[in-house]
Design a protein around this ligand. Structure first.
Ligand code: GTQ
Length: 346
């Protein structure tokens, strides 16, 4: 039974001041704000960052700011509903578009937040993670988990751009976000483990059966293989069933990072998908194709390179247009929500 709760104005001003002087506040005037009925109150707005609008400005950053003055040359995708200065795409997801130019190095460091890179354009870029050099081709997903050394470089020509996704907003909110600078890594002279140790789903090193599962066995997920897997999956699932693959730790089968989750979806040509309402917030990045999304009544058109914010509990539909399938990459905070027991689908 919902009743009208008392407000601050109902209380003697002197009483409220006396409480404040003790660093104490009454709950009931604020109770509905923090525990609203039925659905959380959300400041995050459905929003599309269009790559075509941002790209020129990112290239201009390359002219204006040398890498030494930036460390990471990034334009941050900030949700306008949350306040631009807070650098949140959603309450849990930080997103940035990072530019690296030929010959540049974004120096070695490690930090408490976990990050991933999703390559948007260019060839010749690489990220080294604890001595493992990962080539970055368009659409590749590269993990740089909490505490692991990582540096970026570019041995090709032309700009290389990727989308950074970090759990920074949560780690920062916990006052637990910090970074350590490092010396240049010594790189192992071997192909990254996506090309050697974890070649196929269902096959893991024999010795891994006898030890605690590795936290981060696979760092690079090549898009070439994910895309082919989506096309193959589309031939096996019924019409209308989602063609959607989760990126997981190949040794545990669980999500590959503790807080944020990653997945790739193919939306068939002309198809409209309407996933259930979910308690997780998410972002969607368009790898290939174009289409339209309706998110909580806001219609957003998208094409290759665009990135879209989806608030928690949102009602969502996506449609691929233009007579071709669309391939989209998703980031969400479902792994953390599952761990703390609050993940729901409606
Ligand atoms: O490349 O390590 O967008 O440390 C923000 C913080 C990228 C990175 C960001 C970072 C990085």
């Amino acid at each position: 039974m919902s009743t009208q709760l008392g407000t601050l104005a109902d209380l003697p001003a002197r009483y409220v001041e006396d409480l404040a002087s003790l660093s104490v506040v009454p709950l009931w005037p604020s109770l509905r704000a923090v525990l609203p009925y039925g659905i959380p109150s959300r400041s995050t707005v459905p929003f599309a960052w269009r790559y075509a609008d941002i790209r020129d400005h990112l290239m201009r950053a390359g002219e204006l700011t040398p890498i030494e003055k930036a460390e990471r040359r990034v334009l941050v995708l900030s949700n306008p509903g949350l306040g631009l200065e807070r650098m949140m795409a959603t309450p849990s997801i930080y997103l940035g578009l990072q530019l690296i130019l030929p010959g540049e190095t974004a120096p070695n460091h490690r930090h408490s937040p976990s990050a991933v890179r999703f390559v948007v354009e260019g060839t010749g870029g690489f990220t080294s993670v604890d001595g493992e050099k990962c080539p970055m081709e368009k659409g590749d997903l590269i993990l740089t988990p909490s505490g692991l050394w990582h540096e970026h470089g570019h041995e090709g020509s032309g700009p290389v751009v990727w989308l950074d996704a970090l759990d920074l907003p949560l780690v920062y909110a916990m006052e637990a976000s910090y970074c350590i600078e490092g010396e240049k890594q010594s790189i192992r002279n071997a192909a990254d483990r996506s090309q050697t140790t974890y070649r196929r789903a269902g096959l893991v090193p024999y010795a891994s059966l006898n030890r605690k599962r590795a936290d981060y066995p696979l760092i690079r997920f090549p898009w070439r293989e994910v895309r082919q897997n989506l096309l193959d999956l589309a031939t096996a699932v019924g019409p209308g069933e989602p063609v959607h693959l989760a990126y997981v730790n190949p040794e545990t089968g669980q999500e590959c990072l503790p807080i944020l989750g990653f997945s790739a979806q193919m939306i068939r040509a002309g198809e409209e998908v309407a996933p259930p309402r979910r308690s997780a917030s998410s972002v969607l990045h368009v790898i290939e194709g174009r289409g339209v999304s309706e998110i909580d009544g806001t219609t957003l058109a998208w094409s290759e390179g665009d990135t879209i914010a989806v608030p928690t509990h949102a009602t969502v539909r996506h449609r691929a247009e233009g007579g071709a399938p669309a391939f989209v990459f998703h980031v969400d905070d479902a792994p953390l929500q599952r761990k703390i027991g609050i993940y729901e689908e409606f």
